[in-house]
Design a binder for this molecule. Structure first.
Ligand SMILES: Nc1ncnc2c1ncn2[C@@H]1O[C@H](COP(=O)(O)OP(=O)(O)OP(=O)(O)O)[C@@H](O)[C@H]1O
Length: 333
């Protein structure tokens, strides 16, 4: 369940970004972005492919120069390359480099050495990402998910205050993903600041204090997942087993905004679920009726211009996204 964990507005700032722009040829990848990440905050950066997330993060990390605007990281400008910042930040990228002919532990001891940390630091970060058992396995023989965890351990080995994680759970199986959530929560519990990019909306909803949704290099929304969901007024979906009531009958129910069909169910969208459930109860009984409340994914899909997966799309809309019902009806109520 989502809770509101937004840090107080007077919390010290870890990352301050003002009017940052970056263009590649004709492509305006980042288009005047301004935001603050507060110390101790778990900040999510979301957005479709090509929205400008990586470009933006790389500018903040000091790996790329902005065309204009200002960035401050822990009180310093990250560009030109600021070596004083390096021990204070940890960076995991989608294309992490490894010493593949070393074992997992040797790799981490090497990385720890670059930061003048000892082997104990390497062992601690191996344990943190649950790779202790694989410590003597060559990096080239680790599975994709294990390498991903090693990349995260490499970003944490020097105990940074500010951690950038770029889709850290992309290659993880569901259990490993949940395990990593625990690791990340523990890091936040220690007061570290985390800037996090993900395409997993459930993950952002579960972990992040605030999220920024980027579209076309701009911020389309920035708030806590809870406030984004409630302020968007996203509707509840009621899934009624097919054959109970007809499409027209459902659309005519008082309080139903839209009706669609999907996966053997009628999908009724409503902002007054209690009222519609009562009406359904009287008509067909509630056996097998499933209630789906709005999620961050609904808000995201609305903002990024896709039809909501698993729910009705507006009648006469564009081509339906995967998982969108084949038939929908706007309510006449
Ligand atoms: N080095 C580059 N040269 C030219 N264009 C680039 C370069 N890097 C990114 N782009 C373009 O800039 C835009 C933003 O890309 P970016 O990688 O920042 O997006 P993203 O949100 O991280 O995407 P994804 O979710 O796919 O990783 C895209 O249109 C991309 O093609």
């Amino acid at each position: 369940m989502t809770t509101d964990r937004t840090p107080p507005p007077d919390a010290p700032v870890a990352v301050a970004v003002r009017e940052v722009r970056k263009r590649y040829g004709d492509r305006q990848a980042v288009d005047g972005l301004s935001l603050d990440v507060r110390r101790g905050e778990f900040f999510g950066l979301l957005g479709p492919n090509g929205a400008g997330k990586t470009t933006f993060i790389e500018i903040v990390e000091g790996l790329r120069q902005a065309d204009s605007g200002t960035v401050e990281v822990l009180g310093h400008s990250p560009w030109p390359r600021n070596t004083a910042l390096l021990p204070r930040i940890g960076v995991q990228t989608q294309a992490s480099a490894f010493f593949v002919r070393q074992t997992a532990r040797e790799h981490l001891v090497t990385v720890a050495g670059l930061y003048r940390k000892d082997a104990a630091a390497a062992d601690r970060s191996l344990a943190l990402v649950a790779l202790t058992e694989q410590r003597d396995v060559l990096v080239e023989n680790l599975s994709g998910g294990q390498r991903q965890r090693l990349a995260i351990a490499s970003a944490l080995v020097h105990d940074p205050e500010l951690i950038f994680l770029d889709e850290p759970t992309a290659a993880l199986d569901p259990q490993a993903r949940r395990d990593l959530w625990q690791v990340l929560r523990a890091l936040k519990g220690e007061g570290r600041t985390i800037v996090y990019t993900t395409h997993h909306l459930d993950e952002a909803e579960a972990l992040c204090d605030r999220v920024a949704i980027l579209v076309g290099g701009r911020i389309a929304a920035l708030d806590s997942p809870h406030r984004l969901i409630t302020s968007a007024g996203a509707r509840t979906r009621l899934l009624v087993p097919e054959g109970r009531i007809g499409l027209d009958e459902a659309a005519a129910l008082d309080g139903v905004d839209r009706v669609g069909e999907q996966g053997g169910s009628l999908v009724l969208e409503t902002s007054v679920p209690g009222k519609v459930l009562q009406a359904l109860d009287a008509l067909t009984g509630l056996d097998g009726v499933i209630t789906r409340t709005a999620t961050l994914e609904d808000v995201y899909l609305e903002l990024t211009g896709h039809a909501a997966a698993g729910g009705p799309s507006p009648a006469g809309g564009g081509s339906p996204a995967e998982g969108t019902p084949a038939h929908t009806l706007e309510s006449r109520a």
